[in-house]
Design a protein around this ligand. Sequence first.
Ligand code: NAD
Length: 501
Amino acid sequence: MTVNHTHFINGKHRPGTSGAFHDVFNPSTGEVQGKTPLADSAEINEAVKAAVDAFPNWSRTSVVRRARILFKFLELATADKDNLARLLSSEHGKVFEDARGDVQRGLEVIEFACGIPHFMKGEYSNAVSDGIDVYSMRKPLGAVACITPFNFPAMIPMWMFGMAIACGNTVVLKPSEKDPSVPLRLAELMLEAGAPPGVLNVLHGDKGAVDGLLDHAGIKAVSFVGSTPIAQYVYARGAAAGKRVQAMGGAKNHMIVMPDADIDLVVDSLIGSAYGSAGERCMANPVAVAVGDQVADAIIERLIPRIGELKIGPSLDPEMEMGPLVTAEHHAKVKSYIDMGVREGAKLLVDGRDYRCGIQGYEKGFFMGASLFDQVTPTMQSYRDEIFGPVLQIMRSPNFEDAMSLPTQHPYGNGTSIFTRDGDAARDYADRVEVGMVGINVPIPVPVAFHTFGGWKQSSFGDTNQHGTAGVHFYTKIKTVTSRWPKGVRAGADFFIPTLN
Ligand code: NAD
């Protein structure tokens, strides 16, 4: 039985009528379990119209009431967390506990968004000149589009719609066509929490839907997360259409391991951050840079047996630590990068390419074992590109400066970490490395919701990060009022720009 997913427009499920669909797999079994409708232009117009029509009332709804609806959503989604995580795990393939984490990290942004009355406060300057006061207020933008990737189908939609809706905008969410169920369920919960119909719409689709939203005059801003080529395209096309755009792209995160690091901590951190979620995280750690051969050898010696013990299998089996990749197509792509690494001369110490799940019923799942490369060098294409699978590449650097130059010179600049006991080295690294998010003895430095998330270089286009105060800034525009209440006799007209003497 396959599920025919629906759009969610103006508070109602709306079956797709374009006739085009995308298969949704159960990656653990390899079977098709659903169909995502791909929107045509009539459906795009309908979703945008719903958001545009809902905007005047929602933007005028008091900020306190908007916050209360988010509090209610938080309560409902928290109660539904296990159900959301099960849905998520069954379509994405990440293991259940990790799927719960995906939901939880999104809910933490909603918690932050519940404080929106504080963040919408403007500024006020009393008596900037004789009888003149100046104040500013934050205004929502209008209907905005939120376009999200497959790998965090709960967290990333909530990063975006939580902040956008709190600020008084209305949303057309275009989630990944690969795992549509969780975004749909979140929209149902938002309606149940009291958000009026049209405030959060879910429109499914592929490039056609994205292009339709980028070009639509009703959409005032676009928030995008996905791969770098698409992020760059979305940024350029959205900006050319006069919209505010933030577009986060791919990553290749380096962990620098100094000679004084705690190697047991490093190995624990690498196992989780390189292979967790089968490496399908933009903050995964697919590159470990060992400072000195001794460090590299010590990591490898302890890592190989740990890789052998990894429990890889059906994502909903509570015993498992790593599930399958999202699709057979992505499995083939990751495999081709391992082939490339071998061709380029890197040393494949552990080969996960031929891993098969032996559990009955799961033989056709998109499983891949963990792979480990040593002797990876900066010119290799398999190093320059994002692989987005369970592949860890070890590089050897002679010293700290050389190690730091690798993430600094890499085209991507999302996250990085340093493992050391030396505070001076850690501080210097955090200060100088050309990467947007840095961990010190922390392998996946995803900032908490009240800070902001965003990489540098090819990992992000646009100048505003996700969530935190940057999220408020992205989803609002400032109006500044200069006010004078005349008293007594009016002066004559002024022909020169007023200045402060
Ligand atoms: P993707 O770029 O294939 O898809 C992202 C979104 O763009 C989806 O909604 C998809 O439908 C749409 N899309 C796909 N092709 C398109 C096209 N040709 N034109 C217009 N829209 C298109 O990314 P994905 O495979 O879903 O997600 C994985 C990628 O996302 C990885 O590169 C990962 O690093 C990145 N990612 C980045 C961050 C971050 O914050 N920097 C976070 C999570 C994931």
